[in-house]
Design a protein around this ligand. Structure first.
Ligand code: GLU
Length: 449
């Protein structure tokens, strides 16, 4: 039997999550959910200069808004001893070597290689240093950074999205895993965590394909099991420009504050850039059921926030009451499921619901045209006695039609204006039982109620 999969979303808390980050989070979380696996939220926060507590909080909030509940939360800053141990192991096996070049020296060398028509790779000069060289450099006050010595081979894996992939590590510079100040780079910490947390599937953006070649070498050097990798295409702005956390593009927070539905954002983030139709879903399980890595396109995909308005509305139109009950209560909206089913088809945003609740509850000033006064009085008199059920409107109209001789717009429009004070809105059939006999009669008589 296959073991339950373990997946993770590993953002660095250096900005607000955008829809592209949401895509990664959703693919991981929903796949784990569907397959009965574990979803880990891991803060990649070893870059202490750029990581903040506020952004970590915002990530938890935004992930929660999407409806994702991590089974486990980890912070890399709590795990430094694990990385120390891995670094010692790599030094002991000769895979990690000290280098002393400054950023300026490296830049000069890159330029000179370019001038000679060579790729700007690190030339491994540090591998040739003798003990005496190192002692002298350290006496000058230099502190080493540490590079991982790549095998320089073709690293291959079978990608969930992209099929057979190969990265030739001979074309890459030996990556720095430890900075001169002793801090660790994500390339190392991620691998240590993935091994120790038993991550089985790493699903992330295609900007990480080259890293994967490098990281597979590091995993093997540490004796870990290589997980399955999948690299999805990236989402862009409608202009084609890449999304940036730093520039605050299409942040989940902004979309939430605009009143977009989280399920609509999730559906658009998952389904854009795939061969699947973009359509509303009623819950995350339905979205999880659609995830198919082989249907993800290879090219970057434009995320158009203009599509969200329609998807948010369409999502609301099908949303079952239990999915919104708490939010309606927080908006001061009553009327339970009956009210929800009456109005959901007319909402562009959930925030429109209180407007219709105010119409039910009143008081409102009915809109009555002079020529309709008598007709509306008659309508008030013909209101059936309570108790009312969902059929009261039909029963009322079947009495009112022959009595008034009216039909079509001349019949319906004055009733709507009087009962709701508005030109259009949810079906009167559904609203009338909620408004109730007393208020309906008063409004039909032209009274504020
Ligand atoms: N912190 C990295 C990022 O956000 C994680 C990449 C990964 O999933 O391994 O790009």
């Amino acid at each position: 039997m296959m073991n339950a999969p373990v997946l993770r979303f590993a953002p660095s808390p250096t900005g607000l999550l955008h829809v592209g980050n949401a895509r990664t989070a959703l693919y991981n979380a929903l796949y784990a959910r569907r397959e009965g696996g574990t979803f880990i939220l891991r803060y990649d926060d070893t870059d202490t200069a750029r990581s903040t507590e506020e952004f970590a909080h915002a990530i938890a909030r935004d992930i929660g808004w999407l409806g994702l509940v991590p089974d486990r939360v980890e912070r890399q800053s709590d795990r430094l001893p694990r990385y120390d141990a891995a670094v010692e192991a790599l030094k002991a096996s000769g895979r990690l070597y000290p280098a002393y070049e400054t950023e300026e020296e490296l830049e000069t060398r890159r330029l000179s290689r370019r001038r000679r028509g060579l790729p700007p790779l690190y030339d491994r000069a540090a591998l040739k240093l003798t003990d005496a060289d190192r002692t002298r450099l350290e006496a000058e006050g230099r502190r080493p950074h540490w590079r991982f010595r790549l095998d320089g081979r073709k690293v291959a894996w079978s990608d969930l999205v992209r099929g057979e992939q190969t990265v030739d590590t001979a074309t890459l510079s030996d990556p720095v895993l430890v900075r001169a100040d002793g801090s660790y780079l994500y390339t190392l910490t991620s691998v240590v965590d993935d091994i120790e947390m038993g991550v089985t599937h790493v699903v992330r953006g295609e900007d990480h394909v080259t890293n994967t070649g490098v990281q597979i070498e590091i995993i093997e050097a540490l004796g870990g099991a290589v997980p399955v990798f999948g690299h999805h295409n990236l989402l862009t702005l409608p202009s084609g420009e890449g999304l940036s956390k730093r520039l605050g593009h299409l942040s989940l927070n902004a979309l939430c504050e605009e009143g977009q539905e989280a399920l609509a954002v999730a559906a658009l983030a998952v389904l854009t850039g795939t061969s699947l139709a973009v359509e509303p879903v009623t819950d995350l399980d339905a979205l999880a059921a659609k995830i198919d890595f082989t249907k993800i396109s290879r090219a970057p995909a434009r995320f158009d926030p203009a599509d969200l308005d329609a998807l948010t509305a369409a999502t609301l139109h099908h949303l079952p009451y239990p999915a919104v009950a708490d939010r309606l209560a927080a908006l001061g909206v009553g009327g339970g499921e009956t009210f929800w089913l009456a109005v959901r088809g007319n909402l562009a945003r959930l925030a429109d619901a209180p407007r219709w609740w105010a119409v039910v509850e009143g008081p409102l000033d009915p809109a009555v045209e002079a020529e309709d006064v008598d007709f509306l009085k008659q309508a008030a008199e013909l209101l059936p006695p309570e108790p009312w059920d969902g059929e009261v409107y039909t029963a009322w109209l079947s009495a009112l039609k022959p009595a008034s001789g009216r039909k079509g717009r001349g019949l319906f429009h004055p009733l709507r204006l009087a009962l709701t004070g508005a030109e259009s809105g949810p079906e009167l059939k559904a609203l009338l039982p909620l408004i109730g006999r007393e208020r309906a009669a008063a409004r039909l008589r032209g009274e504020r109620a």
